[in-house]
Design a protein around this ligand. Structure first.
Ligand SMILES: Cc1cc2nc3c(=O)[nH]c(=O)nc-3n(C[C@H](O)[C@H](O)[C@H](O)COP(=O)(O)O)c2cc1C
Length: 130
């Protein structure tokens, strides 16, 4: 796995392991244990100032599962719309706020100091109560 910002690895790698574990468990018995769902991070590209449709479908179809969980969100965008999209995601999830949020500007194509700083802040918050 290639991580653009190496400092993200301390948080990303262990969480990716959990995602893999959950995927394996789901493939085996069509369920994921509550333990593996304690923390949810929803990432999406901003499309027309909204969450991308596959994310909307996923959240809509898993609303019950996501209830009461610690939910963070990050958005990738070219220019603007992320805050509006976060609002739509909050309404869909019926929550007042996310635990942590971050907005990245085209991170796949454009590495920038701003994206790194925002990633650091996002990660610091995620590490609280780890
Ligand atoms: C259909 C579509 C709609 C988009 N709408 C917006 C938008 O409203 N605001 C914005 O800032 N970027 C918009 N973008 C740009 C993407 O959000 C941005 O390039 C993002 O970083 C892409 O992430 P990805 O490389 O992970 O797909 C749009 C891109 C697509 C394909």
């Amino acid at each position: 796995m290639k991580i653009n910002a190496p400092e993200a690895a301390t948080v990303t790698v262990p969480r990716l392991e959990l995602v893999k574990k959950a995927g394996k468990q789901y493939a085996e018995d069509f369920r994921v244990s509550e333990k593996l769902l304690e923390e949810i991070i929803i990432g999406f590209p901003v499309w027309a100032a909204n969450i991308a449709p596959p994310i909307r479908t996923f959240v809509y179809e898993n609303k019950e599962l996501l209830k009461g969980k610690r939910i963070s969100a990050f958005a990738c965008q070219g220019g603007s719309g992320a805050e509006k999209a976060f609002g739509k995601l909050r309404s869909l999830l019926e929550i007042d706020d996310f635990f942590s949020t971050a907005v990245f500007i085209d991170p796949k194509d454009r590495q920038s100091e701003g994206n790194k700083v925002r990633l650091d802040t996002f990660i610091k918050k995620l590490k609280e109560n780890d």
